[in-house]
Design a protein around this ligand. Structure first.
Ligand code: UDX
Length: 451
């Protein structure tokens, strides 16, 4: 364990071991540190965060028992289930028989855990430590996930083609095609994981990285479902702007490139930290962008195109065509990019962090959800908040070209820009003194101090 001198009541935070999960948990840790709590981040060996980015925290590595093969070719759902089995006893041991300088268990006032790593709740209950669950996806997703099993029993999952456009009863605007199903591994494993993730056994409260003004109605229903307090304290990145995960190296040269572009002229393209695309999709995206004639900044994550190192399959004709108009990087400082004056649109997979980051900077979106909660987020972006365009069906260059032009140049895109700016203003009010997120955050701190 890497130990730092700390004071104040100790909290142990257990993040889910994926970029989009580590990010909000470390942001929460940063916020709680500023409220005078001592912070231990207990993390799996798999995808362990860079402790040097957080010198104020203590890091505790939980042996996770994954094989090299599982880590090299991760099946995300299988990994999650295995981690929850493997880590229960090793986490307990870490807390009870940790290194000499680990404080005694009775000095830990609460374990805050990502709902993905629900083994933490079992350990907290056994050791009689209070616990709080945190969901890193939005309230609407969390409302609909627990009915997936029931929909499967009724024969609606896998969703038949005839029902794709049908609205899910009591969950409008979500259609059956927007249900937060996974693309990974077996459906039964996925549904098993979903049930376990949503069971609250002994936790005292649930934290959501969402905002009352965005999800008033799903939050009201969640309050009714759970017997414990619900705290929507998002967007966490606004409360902890300097928090950084550093799983991937950011290319900051793209900011210099953006500095040379004009106001709202650039479409930023990124499909997040997990989604993959095949070579055909890559080429359709590329030529759609090229044919739109709009400047673009495109993140293509190494490893996101099976069988390719990076973008070696892109031909010289494409590179020549976009030489002065396109910038392609492996990983970008996304929050800085979205805040840049030159960025006028975001073509996104609609991961919840990306969705919040875009709304917070008033940037309208093209929505290309890939799996899971991204589909719910995309539906809310396009049909509830009306700040995004839906890119439906197979990715095809003509559709891409039209979507980019509509967002960046046409009245429809401009109206979305105005609406997202309105949303941004509401979010700004929520995080100010007296705003809803600020209020719920104080309640979380009060609850933690009471333990
Ligand atoms: C995953 C799931 O895909 C998502 O639906 C779920 O809500 C969280 O876990 P991910 O693919 O990582 O998320 O997407 P997202 O939630 O949007 O998080 C991506 C994070 O990576 C964002 O915070 C974004 O700022 C950051 N990012 C992305 C970069 O810093 N640089 C990049 O180039 C791309």
């Amino acid at each position: 364990m890497e130990n730092q001198e700390q004071s104040g009541k100790r909290l142990v935070l257990v993040p889910g071991p994926f970029h989009g999960h580590l990010t909000p948990m470390l942001q929460l840790a940063t916020v709680l540190k500023s409220k005078d709590f001592s912070i231990t981040i207990a993390h799996t060996q798999f995808n362990n965060p860079d402790s040097s980015a957080h010198p104020d925290f203590t890091f505790l590595r939980i042996p996770d028992g994954l094989s090299e093969e599982e880590v090299r070719n991760p099946d995300l759902i299988a990994i999650m289930l295995r981690l929850n089995v493997n880590c229960e006893s090793s986490f307990r041991e870490c807390l009870t028989q940790g290194p000499d300088h680990m404080e005694p268990v009775d000095k830990i006032c609460c374990i805050i855990y990502d709902a993905l790593v629900y083994f933490s709740e079992t350990v907290a209950r056994d050791l009689k430590i209070p616990s709080i669950a945190m969901h890193t996806s939005n309230a609407a997703t969390n409302l609909v996930r627990p009915i997936l099993l029931q929909l499967k029993a009724q024969g609606h999952i896998p969703v038949p083609d005839s029902m794709l456009q049908t609205l899910v009863p009591l969950h409008q605007p979500i259609r059956f095609k927007d249900l937060p199903l996974s693309n990974f591994g077996s459906l039964d494993y996925f549904l098993e994981a979903v049930v376990l993730m949503h069971k609250i056994r002994s936790s005292s409260a649930i934290i959501f990285n969402t905002i009352h003004c965005l999800e008033e109605s799903p939050l009201v229903r969640l309050h009714q479902r759970y017997q414990v307090p619900i705290f929507p304290i998002g967007p966490l990145h606004k409360f902890a702007p300097t928090s950084d995960v550093r799983l991937l190296q950011e290319d900051t040269d793209c900011i210099t490139w953006l500095d040379k572009q004009t106001h709202n002229s650039v479409i930023y393209v990124s499909l997040g930290s997990i989604a993959k695309m095949n070579q055909d999709q890559l080429l359709e995206m590329a030529w759609g962008l090229a044919n739109s004639k709009e400047p673009f900044l495109w993140v293509i994550r190494p490893g996101s195109i099976p069988d390719l190192e990076w973008i070696e399959s892109m031909n010289e004709e494409f590179k020549e065509c976009v030489r002065d108009r396109g910038c392609i990087v492996k990983w970008a400082p996304q929050k800085k990019v979205l805040a840049h004056d030159a960025v006028g649109g975001f073509w996104s997979h609609c991961g919840w962090n990306s969705t919040l980051e875009s709304i917070c900077e008033g940037v309208p979106m093209i929505c290309q959800p890939c799996f899971g909660d991204q589909k719910v987020n995309a539906r809310y972006l396009t049909h509830e908040w009306r700040v995004g365009l839906e890119l439906e069906g197979e990715i095809e260059r003509g559709t891409v070209e039209r979507a980019v032009r509509t967002l960046m140049k046409e009245k429809e895109g401009e109206e979305m820009r105005q609406r997202v700016l309105d949303l941004k203003r509401k979010v700004d009010v929520s995080i100010d003194d007296g705003g809803s997120s600020c209020h719920y955050l104080s309640e979380v701190v009060e609850l933690l101090r009471s333990f």
